[in-house]
Design a protein around this ligand. Structure first.
Ligand code: TXA
Ligand code: MG
Length: 342
């Protein structure tokens, strides 16, 4: 059952309590409705991907109450502060390096070293962020591949029964997604055109590289982020569907460990009880742990045990497959970026 909550004080308080309990609440912003979860709760964020039936982990936007809250999660630059002053609250998302003290879980950022933040406009979103008191991770509240919802009815059409509540915030004023601007590199890069015209941004901060053609449909999977090779991958090679670790390999386990593997050296079990949501929640922290510790211990690879190809398992397998694929451009995002735009 998906509760429909009015955006009055009682409804907002209820929505905030649900988020606090790790539940999923869709809410209206000025752009489109977002499917919100506590950004610091990896199990809740895993449930977002599950509800959307997304076959891969896209990084999510952390929605924050104000610029101060946003700039606690990311390292602000001078450009970022100027843009925040001019356009927040509003339909602009900034991608910046994560702050050391960021409270957002690794899964919400798909394991990246950067994080997308924005301060949404709209009374409902603002009241919910104030009541909840922490960042809310939210992709658009539609099933993967579908059109972004701009009313609570649209949200219900796509996600009724799969999420805990929708906060009725009325129709979205802008109706298309936020502009996504990557400020983590040497040059600002437009990753997705949206509610704030790129010309308005350029008037304020000068030239912006355009990776996304302005005709890019506003979809779940814009070409840009993937092309920028910004996805996290461990530096140790990953071996897929391994029954156990070979010589010199760390083990990324899933499910109860067979006796023969109990003595294995470096192990990260995604979910000893074989729960895919828990596995998704622990995936990126596990890859980082095995990569860092494995290299420190002189290991030469990571053996990944099989994960079922269903539900969130599809997204986990997609991520592991990317980690296992040859990566000629790994560690050279700048070179790749030049190739993409030049
Ligand atoms: O207007 C909006 O932006 C709506 C409302 C709910 O805020 N949200 C939205 O979220 O459209 P979503 O998940 O559908 O799209 C977020 C976009 C994706 O294209 C994602 O790849 C990109 O932002 N993104 C998020 N974090 C990123 C990062 N660290 N680096 C590069 N791109 C990132
Ligand atoms: Mg979307």
């Amino acid at each position: 059952m998906t509760e429909r909550l009015r955006a009055d004080p009682a409804g907002i308080a209820r929505a905030a309590r649900l988020l606090d309990a790790g539940r999923l609440v869709a809410f209206g912003t000025e752009t489109v409705y977002g499917l919100g979860a506590d950004a610091g709760n990896a199990m809740a964020v895993a449930a977002v991907f599950e509800a959307k039936r997304r076959p891969h982990f896209n990084p999510l936007i952390a929605h924050c109450l104000d610029a101060d809250a946003a700039f606690r999660e990311v390292c602000a630059t001078d450009l970022a502060r100027r843009l925040a002053d001019a356009f927040w609250p509003g339909p602009l998302t900034l991608v910046l390096p994560r702050a050391p003290g960021s409270t957002v879980c690794a899964l919400a950022a798909a394991g990246l070293a950067t994080l997308a933040v924005r301060v949404p406009d709209g009374a409902g979103a603002g009241a919910l962020l104030r009541a909840f008191g922490r960042p809310i991770a939210a992709p658009s509240a539609n099933p993967s591949g579908g059109v972004s919802p701009s009313t609570a009815d649209h949200v219900m059409d796509g996600l009724a029964g799969r999420i805990d509540a929708v906060l009725e915030c009325g129709p979205c004023a802008v109706g298309l997604e936020s502009t996504v601007l990557d400020l983590s590199g040497a040059m600002p890069v437009l990753l997705r055109p949206g509610g704030v015209p790129v010309e308005a941004i350029e008037r304020l901060i000068g030239p912006v590289l355009r990776v996304a053609p302005s005709s890019t449909p506003m979809q779940d999977a814009p070409v840009a982020p993937g092309m920028l090779a910004s996805h996290y991958a461990p530096s140790l090679p990953v071996r897929l569907d391994a029954p156990g670790p070979g010589r010199g390999e760390a083990l990324l386990a899933f499910g109860p460990l067979p006796d023969a593997l109990r003595e294995t050296g470096l192990v990260w079990n995604l979910s000893p009880r074989g729960d895919l949501r828990e596995a998704a929640a622990r995936l990126f922290s596990g890859l980082r742990h095995l990569d860092d510790e494995g290299r420190a211990q002189g290991l030469t690879g990571i053996a990944a045990m099989p994960v079922p190809a269903e539900g969130l398992g599809l997204a986990i397998r997609d991520r592991l497959q990317r980690a296992a694929a040859p990566r000629p451009m790994a560690g050279r995002p700048a070179a790749l970026l030049q190739r993409v735009v030049g």
